[in-house]
Design a protein around this ligand. Sequence first.
Ligand code: CTP
Length: 425
Amino acid sequence: GSFEVNLKKLLDENISPEGQELINVVGKWASQLGMRVFLVGGIVRDLLLGHKQKDLDIVVEGDALVLAQEVGKTLSAIKFIPHERFKTASIILKNGQKIDFSTSRVEFYQHPAALPEVEVSTIREDLYRRDFTINSMAIEITYGHIGELFDPFGGLLDLREGIIRVLHNLSFVEDPTRILRALRFLGRFNFKLEENTEKLLVDAIAGGFLNLVSSARILYELKLIFAEKDILKILKFLKHYGVFQEVFPKAFYEEDYLKRYFNYTVEYFRLLKEMKIPWLHGVMGVYAKNLEGIEEFIKKYPLTGEEEEVLRQGALGIKEALKLLSLSREVKGVEIFETLTKLPPEGYWALYLLLDRFRARERFKTYFEELRFIKPEITGEDLKALGLKPGPLYREILHKIKMLKIDGVLKNKDEEILYVKQNYF
Ligand code: CTP
């Protein structure tokens, strides 16, 4: 049964004023329409853990479409998006916030890993179809019942004790992506798998159930893993349960390297801002010890053209940079620049950790801290003022000057102008 716990205070303290206003409107409408309405899933878990709250996930015992429509009208929502088939609806508020309403439902699986059939049900059944007890609690927000915890499967106790536990024996079979979710939560919260849950997880992996899931859904989970704080811990679990090779084909698991790689520092967070596709930084780390393997990753997952490009350029760029930076002969700034400029920032850290010589690392640092920021002081305007006709020549000249600056030949704007006068007139 459920606990006699009231979380009104927790809601008051952890949910923004706008969120509370929303909860009030939703709760009043629900009560007026004779429905019950709940917050469910991750937000309940995170509130109870005292973590910062995120999106509100709302489940309605009744008709989510009707409720969402009324709430939308009251709050002058700018958009109402119904999904008749799934009995869900979203509204978008004036401030751009999106709120999802779903009708409590059970899902029937025709066969393992299939898309479920949907049927309306009670909140209890809605919670029962979910992954783990800690994610299967609800907080009622119907007017007059705000803050009442509904916890039919012992989620609160498991949360207190740090246990990941499935609700029934077919959980991983019905939705094998839960294997990855379980390992992600283990790593994130530092929890343990309950004994039977662990056995079911091991059996599901041994039974090859992950292979029944589309690669797009696996990829989605991998992105979530790479967005976590302690990635190494999750990778260790993937390795421990034999999933690592499956999701990262041809990657070498080398714990010492991964430990250094995912040991995030201030510098890393600075670098992160330069990355076009930050999660690929994670992929580069996993494949750093076998760059050829990246092609297998590209083959396995439905990546965008841009993602593929970053990974390919990353692997190639690292290989070329390793060769150049490790040379025992003198290496010029321009050579370093031209090779490293092809390497996307997603690959910087992988390269850096692969450099085992002091001199090679210093060369990388020169690029990282200086060379890549060098720009000519003169601009197209200056060239025009000198009397050169605008055209493709401008780019060529500016590039040439940049290279000469990198090499230390040109030191200031006067020298740059002199150079142009001497060579292009
Ligand atoms: N859920 C599930 N099985 C899945 C995915 C989700 O049962 N394979 C349920 C869980 O109850 C989960 C909720 O749907 O709490 C919302 O899913 P999602 O937003 O993906 O996860 P959160 O639990 O909110 O986790 P996170 O903090 O990582 O977003």
